[in-house]
Write a protein that binds this ligand. Structure first.
Ligand code: HEM
Length: 499
């Protein structure tokens, strides 16, 4: 009897402690023991379709900064320019979440670059930036590398489009080409456009991006769920996906061990660092290399590829915008090859690309941050180890700032003389110390692919095809499947080349 009373008492205390919030902590939706606000959030997500819309809905009820308990995880959601900027720029929020999912994907440790913080992150980020720069990040050699990928894709489009009569699926169209540019820097290797191994990995990337969200998904919120529902919780699928990725990455690393002396790509350079730091406590190990490669592979491929698909979608929807880009390209470049340096003279195209990023919000929520000490945010006190979800979408869709954020209007990024307006509310790559590491590569890719495709093709909606209004959600947002006609505007040299 006494035992039962003690158990009930302990349970009551647990339930109370599980739902109370600290003094001066942001308010938020009702929370329940064990599951927190999970059920309400799930209901809203089903109704509104996207997490960033759920956060927008709740911000109207609870204010721009509010709290949610996601299963076992204490989170603060931040919306609106001031609060988002404060979070992304303040060192106190530079941490990344820890938890079951993040360790499960990294050999049950804190490894990689995206989901680590502290000295390990500083060291890995410095290493990556140094080596990516050395391998041509932002230079002519990167342009050359990307140019080769674009030209291959153009030739493939010529071949497949049957003079503009055959519709081409746009989803997945850029996957291998985009990945090749990145993989060349990481592993010094490129794949054929129809390489089945890479196509499979990209398919797995798409699947895993759709299954998860920025908080690590249900597996991180309620890790115990994997024992109760290994399939429904996604545990089994994610385990399989990770196995496939690591098998591929391990094979690449093994292959590099035989040529560790030519320090050309990131894998070679990293293997050398492992040798150098064998005796020290530095964060260079083979497992770290594998998770780093996984992080770069995932962060760099889906985001860029989805952005490019969104560009095509917007150009199909807005014929007059497409006409203006064609006219600008014809005047500034004509028939010669497009160069990266042409970017300065193609300001309308640049404004179109910026507007696609603002309007489409491929990464509507920044990668989750975490408070690494007790700190403050506006009038609130934020405890150490709180998950922070910052809504980039809320900044890009702010009515007061943009006036008509729902409209696709590239001109908003141009001044009266046609020059680009650098608006501080435009933050597709985040800001602060944890901003995107691949921004230069992503921007170069997007510019080169779009400029060269539009120089060579007119894009049209195939007869009877309805363009998608609804997009797919997950870690990032991507357009639902659609196809387009690529009608040649000029004859392309070497178009009889085979792949
Ligand atoms: C259009 C394409 C891309 C978009 C929209 C994008 C967007 C973002 C955003 C919003 C963040 C989070 C910033 C934060 O948490 O505060 C991020 C982080 C990151 N991105 Fe990108 N990204 C793109 C392409 C790339 C590419 C090509 C790479 C590969 C080199 C890359 C690698 C990373 C990495 C490693 C991080 C984590 C940085 C850190 O935690 O220190 N991204 N990106």
């Amino acid at each position: 009897m006494l035992f039962a009373v003690v158990i009930i008492f302990v349970l009551i205390i647990f339930c109370i402690l599980d739902i109370i919030t600290p003094h001066k902590y942001p308010i938020g939706p009702k929370r329940f023991p064990l599951v927190g606000s999970y059920l309400e959030i799930r209901k809203l997500r089903q109704k509104l379709g996207f997490y960033h819309l759920v956060w927008d809905h709740l911000s109207q009820q609870f204010g721009q900064v509010f709290s949610v308990k996601l299963g076992r995880i204490e989170a603060v959601v931040v919306t609106g320019y001031d609060a988002v900027r404060q979070v992304l720029c303040k060192d106190d929020f530079d941490g990344r979440p820890d938890g079951f999912f993040f360790r499960f994907r990294a050999f049950y440790k804190r490894l990689g670059i995206v989901f680590v913080d502290g000295p390990m992150w500083t060291e890995q980020r410095k290493f990556c930036m140094q080596h990516l720069r050395k391998m041509g990040f932002g230079s002519i050699s990167m342009e050359k590398l990307i140019n080769e990928e674009v030209n291959n894709l153009l030739l493939d489009l010529i071949r497949r489009s049957d003079n503009g009569n055959k519709p081409i699926d746009v989803n997945g169209l850029f996957d291998v080409s985009v990945l090749n540019g990145l993989w060349a820097m990481l592993a010094g290797q490129r794949f054929g456009l129809y390489d089945s191994k890479l196509a499979k990995l990209m398919e797995l990337t798409h699947v895993s991006f759709r299954m998860l969200d920025m908080s690590g998904g249900i597996l991180n919120q309620m890790p115990f769920i994997r024992f109760l529902a290994p399939k429904c919780s996604g545990y089994r699928d994610i385990k399989h996906i990770l196995h496939e990725f690591y098998t591929f990455l391990k094979a690449s690393v093994e292959d590099h061990k035989h040529r560790v002396n030519d320090e050309e790509d990131l894998i070679c350079a990293f293997l050398k660092e492992i040798e150098k730091n064998k005796e020290s406590t530095k964060s260079f190990s083979e497992e770290q290399l594998l998770v780093l490669l996984l992080d770069l592979f995932l962060a760099g491929s889906e985001t860029t590829s989805s952005t490019l698909s969104f560009v095509i979608l917007h150009l199909l929807r807005n014929q007059s915008v497409q006409d203006k880009v064609h006219a600008e390209l014809d005047a500034a470049v004509g028939d010669r090859e497009v160069l990266l340096s042409d970017k300065n003279n193609l300001t309308y195209l640049e404004a179109v690309l910026m507007e696609v990023q603002r309007h489409s919000n491929v990464a509507p929520i920044a990668i989750a941050h975490r408070s690494i000490r007790k700190t403050s945010l506006q009038e609130y006190k934020i405890p150490n180890d709180t998950l922070i979800l910052a809504s980039i979408w809320s900044v890009h869709m702010d009515k007061q700032h943009w006036g008509d954020p729902e409209n696709f209007r590239p001109e908003r990024f141009l001044n009266e003389t046609g020059q680009i307006i650098n608006d501080s509310w435009f933050i597709p790559f985040g800001i602060g110390r944890r901003r995107c590491l691949g921004e230069v590569l992503a921007k170069t890719n997007v510019f080169m692919f779009v400029a060269k495709i539009l120089q060579n093709f007119e894009l049209k909606v195939p007869e009877g095809v309805q363009l998608p209004d609804i997009h797919q959600e997950g870690v990032t947002v991507s357009p639902s499947p659609f196809s387009a006609l690529f009608i040649p505007r000029r004859s392309f040299p070497n178009s009889d080349k085979r792949f």
